[in-house]
Design a binder for this molecule. Structure first.
Ligand code: GYE
Length: 351
């Protein structure tokens, strides 16, 4: 498939779909082909990554570097945006300048995207969004990622079932949120809050730990000062924050986990933290799958073959618990297993 032709046909397809949606459809510019237009060179992919804030992020970056390798016929331009939205927008604009064949974005925040995505569209460069979502524009070819609200709802439904089983009548929760404006934060916060409101739980406080271990520790230190003796649940929106929260609780003499006073919950389920579930330090961990890159590779192959990929692809995810008292939970009418972590389960974890 000639890249020039692909870029042109995508521009036309996008212009057509915009027109069909009542948009002006006049922005596609077939004079600006993606890539070098040659058939034999590698496929040039620009990836504007969020940063390097967490173990999850490291796994996501590694997955992209493994998949978009020279052996696989790619040339990857990777930009670590260090959690700075302005840097990320610049990175995308540079990819346009460089005439990338495809642009991959993991959006740091969920808004502010329409202008730059329009520029990508005008340049005829397909954009594939991974992981976090964009809420103010649909000018991208495909998105691959997780349903963060489902993750938050799952956490709430598990806690409800777990508390009922243990005879815990009151829930006083502290939430350590992820980075402000990230769709992962918004979904996990909203999902958990929906269940908390329904069940009449108290959320004592909810502050951002920026998805980092240092951030989680700092927030938990201040929570321990303000709320010591008042809370029995800590929800960390990622594993690194949970690590920081554990350090802070250890220092403050607050016990947590299977044998402790505080129920500790995390999201991401990177392997070292699934180990902490098995060890009983973290009570439950809701996976977020960082392996989007192989699916992006599939999408690019479809586009190269002039096929139309699905606009939205959800990765599959598991939910892990330290104890086996809750076997399944139901979210949005769908029942899913709570996986009791054993050595065998841990050994099978891919990341
Ligand atoms: O949970 C966190 C990372 O966007 C889902 O970002 C991702 C989140 C993940 O820093 O660890």
């Amino acid at each position: 498939m000639k890249k020039k032709l692909l870029a042109l046909s995508l521009s036309l397809a996008m212009a057509f779909s915009l027109a069909a949606c009542g948009g002006n459809g006049g922005t596609a510019n077939s004079n600006t082909p993606a890539g070098d237009g040659s058939d034999d060179g590698p496929i040039q992919v620009g990836f504007a990554q969020v940063g390097h804030e967490s173990d999850w992020r490291t796994a996501s970056t590694k997955s992209a570097q493994d998949v978009f390798s020279e052996e696989n016929g790619y040339e990857l331009s990777f930009v670590d945006c260090d959690n700075d939205s302005a840097v990320q927008l610049d990175a995308v604009r540079n990819f346009i300048q460089q005439g990338m064949d495809y642009i991959i974005i993991d959006p740091i925040v969920d808004t502010g995207w329409d202008a730059v995505l329009t520029e990508c569209e005008d340049a005829g460069i397909p954009v594939i969004i991974i992981d976090r979502t964009i809420t103010d524009s649909d000018k991208y070819t495909a998105w691959v990622g997780s349903d963060f609200k489902v993750e938050g709802l799952a956490c709430g439904e598990w806690l409800k079932a777990f508390a009922a089983d243990k005879g815990i009548e009151e829930i006083n929760a502290l939430v350590i949120e992820g980075s402000t404006g990230a769709s992962a934060t918004i979904g996990r916060t909203d999902g958990f809050k929906e269940i908390a409101d329904r069940e009449g739980w108290t959320i004592l406080d909810s502050q951002s730990g920026d998805f980092t271990e240092a951030g989680g520790q700092e927030v938990m230190e201040s929570y321990c000062q303000s709320y010591k003796g008042q809370f029995n649940v800590v929800i960390c929106q990622n594993d690194n924050e949970a690590a920081g929260a554990m350090t802070a609780m250890d220092a403050a003499g607050v016990s947590y986990g299977v044998d402790g006073d505080v129920i500790l919950v995390s999201f991401d389920a990177n392997k070292p933290y699934v180990q902490l579930v098995m060890d009983g330090k973290i009570n439950a961990n809701f996976e977020c799958n960082p392996m989007a890159a192989p699916m992006v590779d599939e999408i690019i192959k479809q586009l190269e073959n002039n096929e139309t990929p699905e606009k939205e692809v959800y990765v599959t995810e598991s939910w892990f618990a330290a104890e086996d008292n809750i076997k399944t939970i139901t979210v949005n009418g769908e029942e899913q297993e709570m996986v009791h972590v054993t050595q065998e389960v841990l050994d099978a974890r891919p990341y």
